[in-house]
Design a protein around this ligand. Sequence first.
Ligand code: AMP
Length: 466
Amino acid sequence: MHEECGIVGVSFKEETSAALSIYYALFALQHRGQESAGITVHDGSQVRTLKGMGLVPDVFNKADIQKLKGHVGIGHVRYSTTGSSKIENCQPLLVSFKSGTIAIAHNGNLVNSKELRTELEKEGRIFLSESDTEVIAHLLVKELMHSELKDAVKDVIKQLVGSYSLAILIDKTVIVIRDPLGIKPLCFGSLDNGYVVASESVAIDILNGQLIRDVAPGEMLVFNNGTYESHQLVKSKNTAHCVFEYIYFARPDSVIDGQLVYNVRMRIGEMLFKEHPAIADIVSPVPDSGITYAIGFSKKSGIDYMEGLMKNRYIGRTFIMPGQDMRETAVRLKLNTIKPNIEGKSIVLIDDSIVRGTTSRRIIDMVRKSGTREIHMRVASPPIISPCYLGIDMATREELIAAHKTVKGVEALINADSLGYLSIDGLVESIGIPMDDLCLGCLSGIYPVEIPGEKCIKRQLKLSEF
Ligand code: AMP
């Protein structure tokens, strides 16, 4: 199971170090990707990049940040959704071309990158990585050869199908673009001395900045010398914001498309009680992702909130020696029960989602071994029945437990006394954004862009509609 990416862009007026702010912002976005991290800065004459595998503090030390001189820059944390885990796929991706250097940080997944890549290869272009981002870089360089920035970007996005929030550094200009359906989050804020753009507003908070607003779907912002310009390059009738950001990915303290994730999760918790009430002694979350939901469920039901499981937040990439109980050891390293809180009790156990079903099964086994009397599992997402093609590394259709089993079937498999999933309507109401403006692909099997072999409701604009 992988997580997606986080991006940041910073543009200061003066010789304030952009690298330090980007470094702090990447810390705030670490939950969006732990595979690699990178920063590219520009000081007006020279571009500097440092990237590497691992967590933000593993990749950068104090001396590195001091060497990254420049008042503008971009950053990226990655967990691969396309391309394998290796240094070539670390971002920002840097390319040099006739008129300068371009660095790109990308969050999202293109559905048509293979076709675009094949076309570019036919023209003799060479690729060094497996990422979609390199496709975008080639297209942008190609368009910039004969067009001004705005037209070049417009011509590039006409060709892209899928999700993309992009932070691009062209010499000392920072450009950000959000795909026309706004699938991935992207927001921007003001700092004392400039501006910051980031996947989530927590990155703005950490810099003591002020959230201005979300970048609009189809909008390009260009930051230069302490000012910015907005260009609405394309306007779709509807958006398709990813619901999984609210369910799992984003931090609860982030505001995405006008909704504080914490509030959405509280409402989901309350909705879960409304849709699937239970009689129990306590409500307990699977930490950390289940916590806010459990608080909402407890508030609505009046059932006491009590932690039955504790998470070790420092396990990172701990290795586990192969052996019979390897899997159980893996769960025990991460989670432990607080036995007296659950022994002999009937509990409502709340988690954000069930994907393959293996995690829930192991957690329920562990909770049962601590003497719990009854376990009523409540899940903050509707059943996940279809894969995500738009940047969330979920699982294949074969692996998705709810794609093959009924709720009763999943209940038996995970060994719960009862199981209740949130409904799609309940989710939409809790998010507070109309259904037509959300991507529910993984829950409905109907996608907002054309994907071969899948159903599609609304399409990204066709070339002729731009
Ligand atoms: P499983 O059902 O065993 O596949 O695991 C589901 C659990 O993994 C959920 O409870 C989430 O907390 C977590 N999860 C869900 N989606 C993802 C994802 N795309 N990447 C990483 N973890 C995830």
